[in-house]
Ligand binder design. Structure first.
Ligand SMILES: C[S@@+](CC[C@H](N)C(=O)[O-])C[C@H]1O[C@@H](n2cnc3c(N)ncnc32)[C@H](O)[C@@H]1O
Length: 389
């Protein structure tokens, strides 16, 4: 009777069975209590003589058997309920698994679709790559062709460069031989001029070496030619030395005039005087010491030293030395021209130097009465002719 609600409740929802089904321990306690109460009741009933004790024992055994049966049945039901729950869980998991499988299948389909699309892209890329590779191969081939051509050009260039080097060295050789020829031509000109001078003027004493600091034979010959042609009354020389002697001899030979040499350096003025004396030209050549004084920022021979001079027919500008300052010889024309003859000649030496060329240009610009002829002398010379007539 105690387990009746349990029996009629079957079949019930698993949750309710779970609620109504006591645990094995509870069943044992309930059975023990029921058995105990039954035995106690039977003992009491037997003690009060309500029932015979063998009947009480029989009833007690029956009650114990029933309790044991009830426990067994309840255990079976309990296991059964557990099995049902497990079954339901398994079904739920199966459903979840099926859902998962469906999702997996969908994913697989998607992946396959993507894979197909990817394959298509890969195919496109591979095709494009193939085309590119073909194109690249074409470029490489053309590049190789260019490289070969370039190598050819480089080789030709090397050959041309070698040829050019050979030409350059040949040109350098020619240049050198030309320079030597020019030099030997110059040497020859100087020797020829010196031979002429010596033959014509026959100096009576040893002479200082020409060229270098002194005038070269070619310019001296030019001066002697002018003396021979014009027989100037007065020759003014800027810078004394060997040229003073040669000019003295020229005046002596072709007659008439005198030479005044302006010398800024007192020592060299003395040396030049001695030289003139040694050649017996004192009566023709006068060396005047003319210290440099400033004229319009240029240091030049003191004008007081030559203020007495007039009507010079020939002026030889060979000083002051270039070390005395820029355009050192420029004042010669501004300061000496008033002391010159109307048809005077002015010879400017060393015109291979830029300074002297600049001086010449200035003279021509500032003195229109001057005309110029360039003379191919070793150190360069220019001849200016005054023409005021
Ligand atoms: C360019 S040199 C020319 C001198 C002179 N016209 C000649 O041809 O011999 C100019 C200066 O050289 C200096 N000089 C003169 N005799 C010299 C000598 N024996 N050695 C070095 N310099 C000298 C003088 O001061 C002179 O003014």
């Amino acid at each position: 009777m105690l387990f009746f609600p349990i029996y009629i409740s079957y079949p019930l929802p698993v949750e309710r069975i779970r609620l109504l089904t006591p645990s094995t321990r509870q069943l044992l306690i309930i059975s023990a209590l029921t058995g105990g109460l039954t035995v106690a009741g039977l003992v009491v009933l037997s003690a009060v003589g309500a029932i015979e004790w063998p009947v009480a024992v029989q009833l007690a055994l029956s009650a114990a058997t029933l309790a044991a049966l009830a426990v067994t049945v309840m255990s079976v039901r309990r296991v059964d309920g557990k099995a049902l729950r497990t079954d339901k869980r398994v079904k739920r998991q199966e459903a979840a698994l099926t859902a998962q499988r469906d999702r997996l299948a969908a994913l697989t389909t998607q992946v396959e679709r993507l894979a197909r699309a990817g394959q298509k892209n890969v195919d496109t890329v591979v095709t494009a790559l193939g085309e590119d590779r073909v194109e690249l191969a074409g470029h490489t081939a053309s590049l190789n062709g260019h490289t070969v051509a370039l190598n050819g050009h480089t080789r030709r260039l090397d050959e041309q460069s070698a040829a050019l080097t050979a030409i350059r060295s040949a040109l350098a050789g020619l240049d050198e031989s030309l320079r030597r020829q020019r030099s030997s031509r110059t040497e020859y000109n100087q020797i020829e001029a010196l031979v002429d001078l010596r033959a014509l003027l026959q100096p009576r004493a040893p002479l200082p070496r020409l060229r270098g600091w002194a005038a070269s034979p070619d310019v001296l010959r030019l001066l002697v030619e002018r003396v021979a042609a014009d027989r100037p009354k007065l020759i003014v020389e800027c810078g004394s030395g060997a040229s003073s002697v040669w000019l003295g001899y020229a005046v002596e030979r072709f007659g008439g005039g005198r030479v005044v040499a302006l010398e800024h350096d007192e020592r060299f003025a003395g040396t030049s005087r001695d030289l003139i004396a040694a050649h017996g030209l004192d009566s023709i050549v006068e060396v005047r010491h003319a210290p440099l004084t400033e004229w319009q920022t240029f240091p030049w021979y003191d004008p007081a030293v030559f203020e007495d001079l007039s009507d010079a027919g020939l002026v030889f500008v060979d000083g002051p030395p270039e070390q005395t300052g820029p355009l050192a010889r420029y004042p010669a024309v501004p300061l000496l021209l008033p002391h010159c003859a109307p048809d005077a000649w002015i010879v400017l030496d060393d015109t291979v130097r830029p300074d002297e060329r600049e001086v010449a240009e200035r003279w021509l610009r500032e003195y229109p009465e001057l005309s110029r002829t360039t003379y191919a002398a070793e150190k360069g010379a220019m001849i200016f002719r005054r023409s005021t007539l």
